[in-house]
Design a binder for this molecule. Structure first.
Ligand code: UDP
Length: 335
């Protein structure tokens, strides 16, 4: 059986590809390399450079490779960009996902795993956030993802297809074996940025707001290590293949860390006292986003193995050093 991984040359999709290969699965990656990297895909996987919205191409892949499951990671994920260019987000994340789903139905694909996001909840007042929390996204990014969740629910009712919707909280860290990590030069994620500051690759860290109603005034997030997140995908895939019902699960640990706490951990682990500036709030940042993470543990028997922010930061630091030292930068320019 073969899994089609869209966005498999990217950060999270790339970790899925590694895990599937480690588990002895056949993998086809479909990625347009807009933010992913050719070098991120091991030779054991088949990389097809193209767009998941290209129905002809997807039809050909599904016809040729004996695909039984699609893991759909490819997406645009930058919230402010989604506000500035909503059409691009609805086109890429929603309309093209509809095309992918059409192909899946046409080829009788039974299992679909979808990368969703805590952004579907918007700014909930209740914490932790359970899957029953009202869905109220506050930006086009969150809405573009939520619409795909709805499409999946309707399609699964009408066709022989079951899905796992996984709502990611803040994904961080890197492959513990050092094979992959967050490599995007434009990544703005807190741990990535702080690690770059620790390594002297950028000048300090701006803390976007220290006047939130939280324990130290900075925003609280639930940082989940990337291979723990991918374990949840493998469990979801096994669940669907066993005939399990469609499911929607939060992916987080159920514990929050503030921006200032994360920055302190990065200072401790790296031993570098980089500059930290308190600056203004970033528009659209909820004060606190912590996953209610019971469902994923009970339904999928998920047991995280890397729930330690020190370890997550160490992995991110190691990967950032590798990126720098091995001149992957040069490869990156080529693709
Ligand atoms: N953040 C920050 N400085 C940065 C990057 C992020 O203070 O350079 C804060 C951001 O405002 C948010 C938290 O860190 O409160 C996590 O942001 P990130 O972009 O990593 O993920 P998000 O929660 O937006 O998906």
């Amino acid at each position: 059986m073969t899994v089609l991984v869209t966005g498999g040359a990217g950060y999270i999709g790339g970790h899925m590809v590694l895990a599937l290969l480690d588990a002895g699965e056949q993998v086809v990656v479909l990625d347009n390399l807009s933010t992913g990297f050719r070098w991120a895909v091991p030779e054991a996987a088949k990389l097809i450079i193209g767009d998941f919205g290209d129905a002809q191409l997807v039809d050909a892949i599904l016809a040729e490779h004996g695909v039984d499951a699609i893991a759909h990671f490819a997406a645009k994920i930058v919230v402010p960009e989604s506000v500035a260019d909503p059409i691009a987000y609805y086109h890429n994340n929603t309309a093209k996902a509809l095309s992918l789903l059409e192909c899946a139905v046409r080829h009788k694909i039974k299992h679909f795993i979808f990368s969703s996001t805590a952004a579907v909840y918007g700014e909930p007042e209740i914490s932790p956030i359970s899957e029953q929390t009202p869905l109220a996204p506050i930006n086009p990014y969150g809405r573009s993802k939520l619409m795909v969740e709805w499409m999946l629910q309707d399609v699964a009712k009408a066709h022989d297809l079951r899905f796992a919707v996984l709502r990611y909280f803040n994904v961080a860290g890197a492959d513990p074996k050092g094979r992959l990590g967050q490599s995007s030069p434009k990544a703005t994620h807190l741990i990535k940025v702080a690690v770059q500051a620790a390594l002297g690759h950028r000048k300090g860290v701006d803390v976007f707001g220290a006047d939130y109603p939280t324990r130290d005034g900075s925003c609280i997030r639930d940082y989940i290590q990337v291979t723990d997140l991918i374990d949840a995908h493998l469990l979801a895939l096994a669940h669907l293949r066993k005939g399990g019902e469609s499911l929607t699960c939060n992916c987080g640990y159920g514990r929050g860390l503030s921006v200032l706490e994360v920055v302190d951990v990065v200072k401790q682990v790296s031993g570098v006292k980089f500059d930290v500036r308190i600056s203004g709030r970033r528009p659209g940042d909820p004060a606190s986003l912590v996953a209610g993470a019971d469902r994923i543990r009970t339904m999928l028997h998920w047991t995280p193995r890397h729930d330690d922010v020190g370890e997550i930061v160490r992995q991110a630091l190691d990967w950032e050093r590798r990126l720098h030292n091995r001149s992957i930068e040069a490869d990156r320019q080529k693709v």
